[in-house]
Write a protein that binds this ligand. Structure first.
Ligand code: NAD
Ligand code: UPG
Length: 470
């Protein structure tokens, strides 16, 4: 097969945007057009303020935009021109109907596939980039094959994305591996090699793994489930630490030094967030139960259950420590994004926590360096509930700095591990807070002994507050 010359990416989101911008950056001979039906998003990609905050992304996009990197709402035209198409649309958890709350909503994948089938006038490699349940490629293939003609043939590949937000560009420059699954037919294998050749422009061949389609699809769900399982495991242990005087950071370090266990993804926290872990675990749980494997479904469900428990446990601890009532108390929440170095708030633990604080009639002051006020209001407002937005606006205040949020607060709650929270002048913050002044560190990132010396009452996940005082 001839080398790829023209790529179209359907979906200009957190994955489509950075992944295809990096392909354009690394392969100047390939014309890359990233398309979306959301005109506002495309406009932002073409402006000075990109729709996504990701360290290093601006440089990549600004250096290739208008040369071999383009953004467009004209999806049909770019499908027609492309010889390879990435389908990188959203696959959120279904909100209603069969499998609601668990299964992935494949409506966007199907719509994009049907569009490809309908408008293509030449053969294409269609690459499933979105995270999907195992065997989704079969449905895509059925739709595409129903529209094959003598001149138009489709090969389908699975090429799941493993980038993490906040480190997307470095993950894309130096991935641990790239995974490409194909049908084990002659033309499937040729298509697989053709995509591998694109990545080989900057990724060593030994890091490009090729498998069958179904292994590739399942590996994506499995990798996320295994990563999230580690976080839920350490979070489960954090509860044991708090009750016994063990220190969860010390336990994680001691266990992680065993090379069979490894040290990564063992940081206890207020609970994992982000658009992927919860969605993909529930997707795996649903898939397992559909396959009539209830024990397997139950096993993975526990990873999700433990995450919910951790968020609730942290909230309950805050309320009970603040003398069992937070009515009219001011809680300063530092961080709203689901992790540092991103403005993404999807499934952020902050949302669950703040909703609970509002239920208890607290006043909540929020500061996040990268999340817009409007996004915070949207995340905290229950859709369809009359006047809910007004109630939210009454209970919360969005601040321009951590100092402003902490002024006259009863408690400071660290939810996102932004580096700047380490460098704050805590003497100043202490002076301006109500006494006793409490700090709840949901990210195990602050210097607790130093804060205690200043006068704060400090609670850290996975550490016994009484041990800390000793
Ligand atoms: N966010 C991550 O870090 C990450 C990492 C790996 C994999 N994934 C997976 O990648 C997929 C995309 O995730 P995302 O975070 O980029 O989602 P996103 O919501 O940020 O972006 C998806 C985009 O697709 C567009 N879209 C939907 N249907 C379309 C159509 N028919 N034509 C053109 N555009 C269309 C939407 O308007 C949206 O802008 C999901 O399956 C997700 O699970 C996400
Ligand atoms: O030791 C850890 C590591 C992470 N987290 C939390 O876990 C969540 C997810 O973090 P991370 O995995 O770093 O970010 P994501 O962007 O969600 O990336 C995950 O989900 C992506 C989407 O599928 C995959 O591509 C990535 O490989 C996978 O890491 C965040 O809330 C983190 O704060 C912890 O609490 N403790």
């Amino acid at each position: 097969m001839a080398p790829i010359k023209n790529i179209c990416c359907i979906g200009a989101g957190y994955v489509g945007g950075p992944t295809c911008a990096v392909i354009a950056y690394k392969c100047h001979d390939i014309k890359v057009t990233i398309c979306d039906i959301n005109a506002q998003r495309i406009e932002a990609w073409m402006s000075d303020k990109l729709p996504i905050y990701e360290p290093g992304l601006d440089e990549v996009v600004f250096s290739r935009r208008g040369k071999n990197l383009f953004f467009s709402t004209d999806v049909d035209k770019h499908i027609q021109e492309a010889d390879l198409i990435f389908v990188s649309v959203n696959t959120p958890t279904k909100k209603k109907g069969l499998g609601a709350g668990m299964a992935a909503d494949l409506a966007y994948v199907e719509a994009a596939t049907r569009r490809i089938a309908q408008v293509s006038t030449s053969s294409k490699i269609v690459v499933e980039k979105s995270t999907v349940p195992c065997r989704t490629a079969e449905s895509m293939r059925a739709i595409l094959e129903a529209n094959c003609t003598a001149n138009v043939k489709f090969d389908i590949l699975s090429n799941p994305e493993f980038l993490a937000e906040g480190t997307a560009i470095s993950d894309l420059f130096n991935p641990d591996r790239v995974l490409i699954g194909s049908l084990q037919t002659e033309s499937g294998k040729i298509a697989q090699q053709t995509l591998a050749d694109v990545y080989a422009n900057w990724i060593p061949r030994e890091n490009i793994i090729t498998t069958n389609l179904w292994s590739s699809e399942l590996s994506k769900l499995a990798a996320n489930a295994l990563l999230a399982q580690r976080i839920s495991s350490i979070n489960a242990l954090s509860a044991v630490c708090e009750a016994t005087g063990a220190d969860v950071d010390e336990v994680a370090y001691a266990c992680g030094r065993d090379t069979r266990i490894g040290s990564k993804f063992l940081k206890a926290s207020v609970g994992f967030g982000g658009s992927c872990f919860q969605k993909d675990i529930l997707n795996l749980v649903y898939l397992s139960s559909q396959l009539n494997l209830p024990e397997v479904a139950e096993y993975w469900k526990q990873v999700y259950t433990m995450n919910e428990y951790q968020k609730n446990r942290f909230t309950r601890n805050i309320i009970s420590t603040l003398f069992n009532t937070i009515t009219n108390k001011k809680i300063a929440v530092l961080g709203f994004a689901f992790k540092k170095d991103t403005g993404d708030t999807r499934e952020s633990a902050a949302i669950t926590l703040i909703k609970s604080f509002m239920e208890e009639n607290a006043r909540v002051a929020i500061y996040d360096p990268k999340v817009d006020a409007e996004q915070i209001y949207m995340d905290l407002t229950e859709p369809g509930v009359v006047d809910n937005r007004k109630q939210v606006e009454k209970c919360i205040e969005i601040c321009g700095s951590a100092y402003e949020a902490a002024k006259d607060a009863d408690a400071l709650v660290v939810v996102t591990e932004w580096d700047e929270f380490r460098q704050l002048d805590y003497n100043l913050i202490y002076k301006d807070m109500h006494k006793p002044a409490f700090v709840f560190d949901g990210r195990l990132m602050l210097d607790a002994p130093k804060l205690r010396d200043i006068g704060f009452k400090v609670h850290v996940i996975g550490k016994n507050p009484l041990e800390g005082r000793a």
